[in-house]
Design a protein around this ligand. Structure first.
Ligand code: AMP
Length: 281
């Protein structure tokens, strides 16, 4: 596994693969790798000839300086988790390589990036869209693998790929969870033991709400009850619990098409997000 730091080295490595007719997969990450990330890498290895994992803690997608400072940075451990998988390149540029002096372009996706985390984290999805566009063009990958864990991000990425005619297939991958239901996240390491015990309360409240929605209960009442349930489980505050169309993320006043229940809530200063599919009966 090569560790690559510059766009020029990345292009020359990928160019060699391309000349040999090999297909290329990319898994963009911010590092602090866990089994959720590894599931994306395994999927990429199974479906492309050469796999690049990108590791870049993107300052442009943090709307909160404290969150950026606290984000775990563990490149050596990440590399040792990836090596045994047999992937081919770890692309870990620094911020100057990614955003050289004078950098002035922002990719901004309307619609799907509005509301939900877009409302709670101003500028976040512009940062995501900008860095993902760069990573997809830098790697010129045939396929890119993204987790459903970040469902709104996945919709933003699908939209920008269609709108900018990027020649890459976006492959969605299911959320990997702990046995108690908690979605794996790089932020989970920041939870105290007491907070970790409370954390599965979010998905439990969401699963309960999904059952109520399938049983035909009114959406607004179910969402209010899910917020109350999350708070009484011990969460500090709730940014949102919402029902959205699975395609396009429009607000759904009724469960009348395939939907996604999405939530974000705080445990102390750690913000957790999760989402699940809800099909109309
Ligand atoms: P991050 O490093 O948090 O930016 O995540 C990198 C990629 O891993 C994104 O496509 C995430 O959606 C995905 N990912 C993060 N957590 C999980 C999880 N628990 N299950 C599946 N994919 C995940």
């Amino acid at each position: 596994m090569k560790i690559i730091r510059s766009v020029a080295d990345l292009r020359s490595e990928v160019g060699g693969w391309r000349r040999r007719g090999l297909s290329v997969g990319v898994v963009p990450t911010m590092g602090a790798l866990h089994a959720g990330h590894i599931s994306l890498v395994e999927r990429a290895i199974a479906s492309t000839d050469r796999v690049i994992v990108t590791l870049f803690v993107n300052p442009k997608q943090f709307n909160n300086a404290g969150d950026l400072a606290a984000y775990p940075k563990t490149e050596a451990e990440d590399a040792s988790k990836l090596r045994p998988l047999g992937m081919h390149a770890l692309y870990a540029p620094n911020a100057i390589e990614m955003y050289p002096d004078g950098f002035a372009t922002t990719v901004s996706v309307r619609g799907v990036s509005e509301g939900l985390c877009g409302a709670a984290r101003p500028g976040h999805f512009d940062g995501v869209a900008t860095v993902v566009t760069k990573l997809l063009t830098q790697t010129s990958a045939d396929k890119a693998f993204f987790g459903e864990k970040d469902f709104q991000q996945l919709q933003v990425v699908k939209r920008l790929v269609r709108d900018l005619d990027l020649p890459v297939e976006i492959v969605p991958c299911p959320t990997v969870r702990e046995a108690d239901g908690l979605a794996l996240s790089s932020r989970n390491v920041r939870l105290s033991a007491a907070q970790r015990a409370v954390a599965p309360g979010l998905i439990a409240a969401m699963r309960h709400a999904a059952e109520e929605l399938r049983a035909g209960q009114a959406v607004e009442r179910v969402l209010e009850a899910a917020i109350a349930r999350t708070l009484s489980a011990g969460f500090t505050s709730v940014d949102y619990v919402e029902l959205r169309a699975a395609e396009g993320l429009s607000v759904l006043p009724r469960l009348d098409r395939p939907a996604r229940l999405l939530a974000a809530a705080w445990l102390g200063d750690v913000r957790l997000i999760d989402n699940i599919g809800v099909e109309p009966v």
